[in-house]
Each structure stands twice: as C-alpha cells, then as structure tokens.
Design a protein around this ligand. Structure first.
Ligand code: MN
Length: 741
C-alpha cells in the first residue's frame, strides 16, 4: 500500500519533471487544504478520499498542465463535497483557480438521466458550453478517468451507468480534443463494464498473443533499430505493443471478423527527430518487410481532424505475422497523445502561466475537424465563445438547446405549445423566476401550468427569444382570440387603408370584393382581419395587396370601356358601308372590270385624277353615296390617310377582274421640242398601236416646247406602255407621262 504522502510526493516529482517554475508551495497548500476539508471521508475502496484528488492531479500532471490546473485538480471536489466555498478558495488560491473548481463542480452536477442517442451530442456540447476555461474540461476528463479506474468498487448498476456516460460523452470529447491516450483508456475501461465477457476475452487473447510473440516482438524491434543505426538516423526510439481491447472490439464488430482474422493486433512505434527521418524510416521498414497493399496512410501530409500526425503502414515479417508500424516525430507524438493539452502547454511556454482567456487556438484546432459532425462541434464551441445558444435541463434531465437569452417562455414552448399556453409560473433550479428571466447553461427549468390559465399575453411575443415560441404564441392568438383579433385587425387595416387614400366603400363594392378576397387569399374580410390581429399578416401588406388589386380592376374597366367604344364605331362604319352598298343600282355590276373585296354589285367609278387602266395597281375608296372610286395605288390622292378619322376603314382593296373586254380611258402628257410634223408622228404611233385618241390639246411655250394632252382608250397597261414607248421614240419627244393627282 502506498501512503497518501507517498502519492503526493510522486505527484510533486512528476511536476518537477516538466515544470521547473511550478509553484510547489501553493500546490502543497492546495493538497493540505483538500486533505483537511475532505477529512475523514473515505472512498468505496477504503482509501481516504484525498487519494482521489491526488490521483486526478497526477493525471493532470501527466498532461503537463500548469500549476493552476494542478491546484484546481487537488481542490476539484471541495466545493461539491465539503464545507469549502468558492469565496474561500478564491481568497486563498486566487479567482482563476476558484473559477476552474467552480466550473468542474458545475459539470459534476450535470445529471445524465437520459440515454437517448440524440441527447448525447447535446450533452457533449453542453459540457463544452459550460467550460469557460479549457482546463475545466481537461480536469473533468482526468476526474472521470480516475473514477473509471476505480469503478470496480461501485455497484453494478452504477458501473454500467458511468461506463455508458464515459463511452458516449467523455471518450468522444477526449477524442475531439486529441487526447488519444486518455480516450483509449476511457474506452477500454467503459468496455470492461459495458461488455465484460468480450472485454475479458479480448484482453486475455491479447495478453496471450503478446506472451507468445514476445520473442517476435523484440526481434522486430531490434531489426528496425539496427537498420536505423546503420543508416545513421539519430535519436530513434522503437517500441512494440499490442493494440487496445476497445480498438480490437470495434474492428471485430464493424468488420464482422473474429480476432484471428484481424490484421493488426501488434503495433510498433518509431519516434524520430524530424519529418524527413519519418519518410526515411518508412523506406527502411518497406525494405525489410513486405508492405500490405492499401494499408499505408500518410497522416503527416494530411493530419487527422484532431491534428493527429503519423505515418501508418502494415507489413508482414518472416513469420507471416502482419503488424502495423507508426512513424512520427517526438513533437507529433506529444500532440497525438495529449492533444489540446500539449498545445495548451506549448502556448503556456510562450505566454506566462495562467489567465488563459482566449479560445483562438482551440478554435483553430477544431476548425481542422472537417466532417459535418465536427462543424456542429465548432459551432457548439462558438456557442460558448460568442454565446448564441444556451443549454438547460428539463426536470427529467433532458437537455434543451435554446437561443442565448432565452426565457422560461421559450423553454415552455420548446417542450410543447400546450405547456406554454397553460404556463402560470416558472422555477429555475428550484426558485421562482419571472417570465423574462434569462436562462443560463445547466439551469434546471420547471414550468408550472394550470388548466385555468388565461393563455399567453401579447407581450410574451417580445419577451420570447426563439422564433418557435413566437410562432406558437401567434398560433394561440389565431385560434383562441378570434373576436379580439378581428376587431384589432380591422382597426389597423382601416387606419392603414386611410393612409393610402382608399375607403372601405371602394373595397366592399359587390363587384370588386370577390376579387380582392381572392387576391389576399381569405374567405372573408373577417378572416383577413383575424390574420392581421394575431400577427400572421401585417396590415400594411394586406392594404398593399388590396390597393394593387383595385388598380388592376380599374385598369381592366378602362380597357373594357375603350374596347366597347371601338366596337360601336366599327359597327357604325359597317352600317355606313352597308348603306353605301344598298344605294347602288342593282344592274350596275363589275362590268367595269373591278372586283371590290367583300362587296358585290358595288358602284364603281374610275377617278379622274389618275385614270387607272387594267394592269395598274389599284385601290378603292368608299365614297359617301357614290360607290367606290378606284385610284392607281401611286396616285397622290390614294395614299390612305389613316390619321383622318372620318376616312378610317373607307379605303378598300379592289382588283381587276379576269374577264375584261372594255377599253379604258386614260390620259397622257407628252413634252417635246416643237417642230413641224410632230402631231402627225404622234397620231401614227397611236394608230400603229391601235389606240383610239378621244381628245387632244396642245399648247406651246415661249421657249420652244410643245406640251400635248391626250385622252386615249386602251385595253390595259401593256398596250398603254407600248404606245408610250412608241411616242418616246419619236424625235424631239422628251417626256411621256401619265398624269395623276
Ligand atoms: Mn472527483
């Protein structure tokens, strides 16, 4: 049996081994303070209680933490289990130590009464959120580790419960903080109580294997050592070990294999000074032994999320026994074994001891954890650092996750809307609190309800922090207070309506109301008022929609009116055209060779201005009372004047009919240099082309020109063109025109 004093001296020796500036006086003072306060308390194994804090401090010292951590570890159960107080510890050991002890105490008070899977991550997050100082959680893990090591004296029920908590909460936290050594031990110890049969079997087989292969192990170790020495790799350390029972257990379980089928029961570690040495050693190992394909992993180039760095390879020796070799530097090894604690110590070396307030470095550590789960985890750490979440307990021990600043109202509604709606009071940690009380991490919240409760009041909306609570309160108002909502909604709607210059009468007019209701998606105005009343819709939004709809309705009405007028005008014109048509003498038809589109027996006359002949492009104009007058399309009088409203629709398509027998009268103007014989030549051209001249006039100008105006009869434009060409060829003729306009 080691005495308490011997244990303490061992602790001091460990501390001196890594921290020459440790405050051993204060550490001893803490040890004595704790021993005194724990007094005659005993542990279940029959040792004085003080052995527990000393052992926890020993684990903390093995993590190489600072003096304050050691002191806090020695004092960690004082507030919880003795008459010591926070103030007392703060006075003697300083506020930092007192805060750490207080933090560990709060974590100790957390009761894990739930075993539900989805609660586990919340619990892990809560422990972080409650640990304002990373040393709090490191000491708590050390505390748990020592309790697990001495769990054999507890009742089986307590063993199972603690083992489960450890496996689900503490081991994952240790893993995330990179505390590999503690993680393995926590898992192995948990397995021992969770699945004793498997644990015993695996442990026994591992032990057998290591005994059986003792010679094999030392031979491999020597082979590697001597080859490294040959190749001049300095300061190398090699050691072999069997793997941890829990890692074997997990592999057997996940890969559904027996222990004999597993590759790596044996593992060797090679520790060297530098990264290049690591790769050199890897070459040596692969040279001596046969590597197993696909089993090489380079965690130096790509560290694991928790910053673990190492080279892993699995090889086979002469005996055909596969074994894993892990190659790393001493620095990597320290971080691999102690994770955050190693970083923390490193940081301490740069800064002065104590007062670790900023979490920047942990955040960096955790930001490397890239999987989604880790992202969640970082978020949960930020919760602590930037406090946007708070974790509280139900009386049953379930963890409820709420936005920071949440109140009992938020809590009540997060449990169930019926709890919120019938809430008449709230207790936090057993004390009555107001509805606006801000919840803290770890608070146990209890809601008093009553069937005769009046329900939420409107100002709860502004007290509640979570959107969930607010929306549930709104729901309640929506359902329970319809009349009140309608009155209130109507009032705010009407005032908003007035604001935009509309009246209720404009809305309730029977021809607009249905489409307005459709627009706002309500069955009735009361429904809409109710929605405004309980806050499901703002009055402003409702009025905007209504105004929009009214605008649209008005615009549609204006368009309809315009269309109506247009239709009336069109009808009037059609009537006029019809009248024009019916005035025509029946016997006159298209004998003039003109087809008027859409009209038969239409009176047709040829305009004097352009005198069209068959073959000319033509257009018709419905005159008032004189039928259709036909123009050449290029006649200046036949350019449809759409802008003259009276003429709109009067221009009409006409065409030449196929069976033309008549001849047509048209005019020609011939400009010539005057000379004798000119009239004879023109007459000759006419008769050559078989064109009749109906009339002819000529006048001469003072400067010696003669201008002829002829009225002639032709069958079509082809004949006309012929004669015009003929005339053009006559000597002295300068221009031949068809007059128009
Ligand atoms: Mn403890």
């Amino acid at each position: 049996m080691v005495t308490v004093e011997e244990r303490y001296e061992h602790l001091e020796k460990t501390i001196r081994g890594y921290n020459i500036s440790a405050d051993l006086n204060q550490i001893r003072a803490a040890y004595e303070y704790a021993r005194e306060h724990h007094g005659a308390q005993m542990r279940r194994d029959g040792t004085p209680y003080i052995t527990h804090p000393i052992n926890v401090a020993q684990i903390v010292a093995e993590m190489r933490l600072d003096s304050e951590s050691i002191i806090a570890a020695l004092l960690h159960d004082c507030i919880e289990d003795t008459d010591s107080t926070y103030e007392d510890i703060a006075r003697i050991f300083g506020v930092t130590v007192a805060d750490i002890v207080d933090g560990v105490t709060k974590l100790t008070r957390v009761k894990y009464s739930t075993m539900e899977e989805e609660q586990m991550e919340n619990l892990r997050k809560m422990l972080f959120a409650m640990s304002r100082d990373i040393r709090v959680i490191l000491i708590k893990i050390a505390d748990r580790l020592h309790n697990m090591r001495t769990m054999e004296y507890q009742t089986p029920a307590k063993q199972k419960k603690k083992a489960f908590e450890t496996m689900e909460i503490y081991a994952p936290i240790a893993h995330r903080l990179g505390l590999a050594k503690m993680k393995w031990e926590l898992e192995d110890l948990s397995l021992k109580y969770l699945d004793p049969v498997a644990y015993e079997e695996i442990s026994r087989k591992l032990e057998e294997a290591s005994r059986q292969h003792d010679r094999f192990m030392s031979r491999i170790q020597e082979e590697i050592m001597s080859r490294m020495a040959e190749l001049g790799i300095p300061h190398a350390t090699v050691y072999g070990r069997v793997k941890h029972p829990y890692s074997i257990y997990r592999k057997m379980y996940l890969q559904e294999k027996t222990m004999e089928e597993l590759y790596d029961l044996f593992a060797f570690r090679v520790l060297v000074d530098t990264v290049p040495d690591c790769y050199n050693v890897l070459g040596i190992i692969h040279d001596i032994y046969k590597p197993i394909l696909g089993r090489f992993k380079d965690y130096i180039a790509t560290p694991k999320p928790n910053m673990y760095q190492s080279l892993h390879t699995t090889v086979i020796g002469e005996e055909g026994i596969p074994f894993e070799v892990q190659i790393r530097t001493y620095d990597m090894h320290a971080i691999n074994e102690y994770g955050v604690a190693a970083h923390w110590k490193y940081k301490q070396g740069i800064k002065k001891e104590g007062g670790e307030a900023d979490y920047e470095w942990i955040r960096r550590l955790l930001e490397n954890q890239e999987d989604a789960d880790a992202e969640e985890f970082i978020h949960s750490l930020k919760v602590d650092m930037f406090s946007d979440e708070v974790f509280v307990f139900t009386p049953r021990g379930d963890v409820v996750n709420l936005p920071a600043g949440s109140t009992p109202i938020d809590f009540a509604y997060s449990i169930h809307s019926a709890i919120g709606n019938t809430m008449v009071g709230a207790r936090v940690n057993g004390r009555m609190v107001g509805y606006d009380y801000q919840l803290h991490n770890g608070d146990v919240v209890e809601i008093n309800t009553s069937k005769s409760a009046h329900g939420p009041s409107r100002d709860w909306m502004s007290v509640a922090k979570s959107s969930e609570a607010r929306s549930k309160i709104r729901q309640w108002f929506k359902r329970e207070r319809r009349e009140e909502n309608i009155a209130q909604g109507r009032a705010s709607f009407e005032s908003e309506l007035k604001h935009v210059g509309l009246t209720m009468a404009q809305i309730t007019a029977p021809d607009v109301l249905p489409s307005i209701l459709r627009r706002v998606s309500f069955q009735s105005l009361d429904e809409m008022y109710a929605a405004i009343g309980y806050g499901g819709l703002t009055a402003l939004k409702a009025v905007n929609r209504v105004r929009d709809e009214l605008l649209q309705i008005n615009r549609a009405a204006a368009l309809a009116k315009a269309a109506e007028e247009a239709a009336a005008r069109a009808a009037q014109e059609a009537k006029a055209a019809q009248e024009a048509k019916s005035n025509l003498p029946r016997k006159v038809k298209s004998e003039k060779g003109i087809v008027v589109e859409g009209l038969s027996n239409c009176l047709v006359k040829f305009s004097k201005c352009c005198a069209p002949v068959p073959g000319d492009e033509i257009i018709g104009f419905i005159t008032r009372g004189y039928g259709v007058s036909v123009h050449r399309r290029d006649c200046p009088n036949a350019q449809p004047d759409h802008h003259v409203e009276a003429n709109q629709g009067r221009w009409i398509k006409v065409s030449w009919s196929d069976d033309i027998r008549d001849s047509y009268t048209t005019g020609l103007e011939v400009v010539c240099k005057d000379r004798t014989g000119l009239l004879v030549d023109i007459s000759t051209a006419m008769s050559t082309c078989k064109v009749n001249v109906n009339s002819l006039s000529v006048h001469t100008t003072a400067d010696g020109f003669a201008i002829f105006h002829l009225t002639i009869s032709v069958t079509d434009s082809r004949q006309l063109n012929q004669v015009m060409n003929k005339i053009h060829q006559i000597s002295g003729v300068m221009k031949v025109n068809r007059p128009a306009g």
